[in-house]
Design a protein around this ligand. Structure first.
Ligand SMILES: [Zn+2]
Length: 77
């Protein structure tokens, strides 16, 4: 298990269900990509829209929250 990347880092991504490797990717990709590969164990993760509905809703909430943060802190990014 790679748990070393989960302490307070707010980088978007998901931990691999197989090896625990934290797969970094933009929230947009998480939301809209059909599948992606874990760089740690090369497991192919497939987003099953119907069965991961709850997870997707959660991600969408996170994204909304992040957009709000972006709006609130309108720096150079
Ligand atoms: Zn993996």
């Amino acid at each position: 298990m790679f748990a070393n990347q989960q302490k307070g880092n707010r980088r978007p991504g998901i931990p691999c269900p197989e090896c625990g490797f934290f797969i970094e990717m933009p929230l947009e990709d998480l939301l809209y990509k059909q599948e992606f590969k874990c760089p740690g164990c090369l497991l192919e993760l497939r987003m099953d829209r119907s069965s991961s509905q709850k997870a997707l809703e959660l991600l969408q909430q996170v994204k909304v929250a992040m957009d709000d943060v972006k709006k609130a802190s309108d720096f150079t990014r």
